[in-house]
Design a protein around this ligand. Structure first.
Ligand SMILES: CC(=O)SCCNC(=O)CCNC(=O)[C@H](O)C(C)(C)COP(=O)(O)OP(=O)(O)OC[C@H]1O[C@@H](n2cnc3c(N)ncnc32)[C@H](O)[C@@H]1OP(=O)(O)O
Ligand SMILES: CC(C)C(=O)C(=O)O
Length: 764
């Protein structure tokens, strides 16, 4: 895409401040500011591979050697590495008495607590709290009004106050407080003053000298010419309450390449302090360069209070520790993601470029968005969710984002390196078992769902009948395929009920979310399930072309997360009369040993057979072999039945009718059988007339050994002792038709035995 002919349609210029009596143009810089190095925080968060603890320690020592007295050492709540580094500094006694350790925290109570914990026992510490205040952040990132933005800052300032007071009481630490209205240069100047005055009142302890409250006024993104920053600082300096109790701090970035100029003009405008990085490293195009600023003062005859007399050593340390300067940190990624989402939604009505932290659209310069968001230990859930959306088209629910963030953070902390998109998608697939390469302990192999009607309570009208679902399926558990049944109000609850009765897994659904991926014929469903037993719950994810399958597999995925490596009950073969084996356990034995996926009603029939046999023989425990032998005896499928099919021909008469001609052997006597019907079964005639109540088939075996197994239940209108009579037959054959006829004949054999008073192997 070429650069725009008329960029004013996309980019808005900054709004000037009305300050006709500005004083700064005629001022001179007479003394150095207070310096704060943020190399170990803002510099570090720009690195693809954040600094390790040894690198940070080396850098810290170099800064101390250069005479820096205020050092922002970490964002301790971001990672174990950052937290551990601060603890190491405090506990090792490495920090000189005149050096202040500064730590950054967002306005979030849990992260503030962790931040203050990190400096427990330090002699001097500055707690630096920030929240963005500009309109686009209020609208897009926080979705807050001005009042709520002030309330957020005030509430969290009070938390800092309370926790620092407690820490001082315990360890004697001298705390100072710094507040940054992040994105100050894009904030209405009056509002920046208003929020800082409110914060100062909430802090309630601003004094003189070292006890001044620090208001750090960042050019988070440099968006205007340097004179504008100077105007903003002079405006703030004139309007903030009790100016003498305030240290005005600058935190310039260099997006327009004028970071140094902006800082120097803002110092003329009254700033007391400057935050920057050595050689201008830092987020995007960098923070302001402390070395150049210091040497500029030096060449004006002002000692900067920094010592760069061993500049090569400084260069060596910096190049050793900071190599790449392109990545983004958690809060930035989250804000950029939200900005892109809003732009996508509103592009028809608002074509202005208003993406947090990105002053220019990379596409206007022929660059892709790919490098915009990269993940390391300084990243958060927002950036990770953004990358997953790009790579896998998944729109993770918020609590899943938080949960998966822990997984990625552990990887980032362990490796200390950038986590690539491939690392993230692999971690995602293996954590939630998405894709056939990443199966968990439990895998849903097949299932059927049927509706069942639960009768209403006696006396109530029939509309009150509630529909319920029955799940019947095969779930592989640690490599063994188990037959499972369950009932519930819907597909997911019926699966959970099956897992409850078969595996003693007691979990409920806390959240279920689904969305479509793609369009048209290739559309797929992505499902996300959170199961709760504990907090946080266990999440599961699945993608499937069928929405119900996707939901069920997401449940199985979540169950895998919940059970971890916990022992799961094996099937029980203690049958007895009151034995604990269930019908499905018996089905599982047949499935795993003989390969038959017995239909549920036939399974129920066989279960009765097993119980009768168990009762008759006094079995306490029944072996798998005994169950298999009993099954083969009950449902003979190897040409051992009373009827045998010697020959068969099926002729298609027309689109709907077929004719059967065959020779059936009964008791050694061959009999010719003919018939017509609309399918292979209905062509065979019999006396008494038989009907098929259920027919199921499936393949068995693999490759060249594949065969067909058919199951048929025949019912006769005939009556034995006043009862309708039915029998199951099982057929196994190379062809489906062969197996189905064998099943019919085997069922008929069983029925014939019953009807003729012979000894049945099968029947009711
Ligand atoms: C301009 C600057 O340099 S600011 C400093 C930026 N530096 C960093 O962010 C580096 C370290 N950050 C991190 O490691 C992570 O972002 C963490 C650990 C702090 C937080 O991670 P997560 O909890 O996963 O949050 P994530 O980064 O995705 O999202 C930011 C969330 O915090 C909120 N947030 C962002 N900044 C602030 C703030 N200053 N105060 C309060 N909340 C904030 C966002 O609105 C978003 O909230 P939402 O989830 O309710 O929409
Ligand atoms: C946290 C703030 C001060 C920051 O880094 C910025 O605005 O650039």
């Amino acid at each position: 895409m070429p650069m725009l002919q008329n960029p004013s349609k996309k980019y808005k210029p900054y709004t000037s401040i009305n300050l006709p009596d500005r004083q700064w143009p005629s001022k001179r810089i007479e003394s150095p500011p207070l310096w704060l190095s943020t190399d170990l925080r803002d510099g570090n968060q720009a690195l693809a591979n954040p600094m390790s603890i040894p690198q940070k320690t080396r850098f810290f020592r170099e800064l101390v050697k250069c005479g820096v007295k205020e050092i922002e050492v970490a964002y301790p709540a971001a990672s174990d590495t950052d937290f551990g580094f601060v603890r190491g500094l405090v506990e090792s006694g490495e920090v000189p008495d005149d050096v202040w350790l500064q730590v950054l925290t967002p306005a979030r109570a849990d992260l503030i607590a962790r931040t203050i914990d990190s400096v427990a026992g330090a002699k001097k510490a500055i707690i630096h709290l920030y929240n963005a205040t500009s309109p686009v952040f209020r609208e897009v990132v926080f979705r807050n009004t001005k009042e709520q933005t002030v309330a957020l800052a005030v509430e969290h300032t009070k938390i800092v106050r309370k926790l620092t007071d407690e820490s001082t009481a315990k360890y004697g630490t001298h705390f100072r407080f710094e507040y940054s209205p992040e994105t100050f240069t894009q904030t209405e100047p009056e509002f920046a003053v208003e929020i800082c005055n409110a914060v100062k009142a909430a802090w309630g302890r601003a004094g003189l000298g070292d006890d001044r409250i620090i208001f750090n006024l960042p050019a988070t993104v440099e968006i205007a010419t340097p004179n504008h920053y100077a105007d903003q600082i002079e405006f703030f300096s004139r309007h903030v309450n009790e100016r003498e109790k305030v240290a005005i701090s600058l935190h310039p970035h260099n997006d327009r390449g004028t970071g140094i100029a902006a800082t120097e003009l803002a110092m003329l405008a009254g700033a007391d302090r400057v935050e920057g990085c050595l050689f201008g490293n830092g987020e995007r195009t960098g923070n302001v360069d402390l070395v150049t600023l210091a040497l500029n003062l030096y060449t004006q005859g002002i000692h900067p209070n920094l010592d760069f007399s061993d500049l090569y050593s400084v260069i060596e340390t910096v190049t050793e520790c900071e190599l790449v300067f392109t990545a983004f940190s958690g809060s930035h990624q989250d804000a950029i993601k939200k900005g892109f989402e809003r732009r996508e939604k509103n592009i028809a009505t608002n074509s202005y470029w208003e993406i947090p932290y990105l002053p220019i659209d990379p596409a206007d310069l022929g660059c892709s968005y790919e490098a915009v968001i990269r993940v390391n230990s300084q990243s958060g859930k927002g950036g990770i969710a953004y990358l997953l959306k790009q790579a896998m088209h998944l729109d993770l629910p918020r609590r899943l984002q938080i949960s998966f963030y822990q997984v990625v953070q552990a990887i980032a902390d362990r490796t200390g390196k950038e986590t690539t998109v491939e690392d993230i998608t692999t971690a995602f697939r293996s954590t939630y078992h998405v894709g056939s390469h990443y199966e968990g302990r439990l895998v849903l192999r097949s299932f059927t769902l049927s509706e069942i009607q639960s009768p209403s309570e006696e006396g109530s009208d029939s509309d009150a009948n509630s529909e319920r679902r029955r799940f019947e399926g095969h779930v592989s558990v640690d490599g063994i395929v188990r037959v499972m049944h369950g009932e519930g109000n819907g597909p997911l609850s019926s699966l959970l009920s099956a897992l409850r009765s078969h595996l003693d897994i007691h979990l409920n659904i806390r959240e279920y979310v689904e969305h479509a991926i793609g369009e048209g014929a290739s559309v797929k469903a992505a499902s996300y399930v959170e199961l709760d037993k504990s907090t946080p719950g266990a999440w599961g994810v699945a993608i499937d072309s069928d929405i119900v399958t996707s939901g069920l597999r997401a449940v199985i995925s979540a169950v895998n997360s919940a059970v971890g490596d916990r022992h799961l009950p094996a099937i029980s073969l203690s049958i007895g009369v009151h034995g604990p084996s269930s019908q499905a356990d018996i089905g599982t034995v047949i499935l795993n040993n003989l390969g038959f996926q017995v239909p549920r009603r036939m399974e129920s029939h066989f279960y009765d057979v097993v119980k009768i046999a168990a009762k008759a023989s006094g079995w306490e425990k029944i072996s798998s072999e005994e169950i298999q032998a009993l099954f083969s005896k009950t449902y003979p499928h190897n040409e051992t039945t009373r009827f045998k099919l010697k020959q068969s021909i099926l002729t298609e008469l027309d689109e709907h009718r077929r004719r059967f001609d065959g020779i059936v052997v009964l008791g050694g006597v061959e009999k010719t059988v003919t018939g017509e019907g609309n399918g292979p079964f209905s062509t065979t005639s019999s006396h008494p007339p038989l009907t098929i109540r259920e027919y199921v088939e499936h393949s068995i075996g693999e490759g060249a050994d594949v065969r067909a197994a058919s199951y048929v239940e025949l019912v006769t209108g005939g009556v034995v002792a006043g009862k309708k009579t039915s029998a199951w037959g099982l057929g196994l054959d190379e062809s489906i038709t062969g197996s189905s006829w064998k099943a019919v004949l085997n069922a008929a054999s069983a029925l014939e035995a019953i009807l003729s008073g012979g000894k049945p192997t099968n029947g009711k």
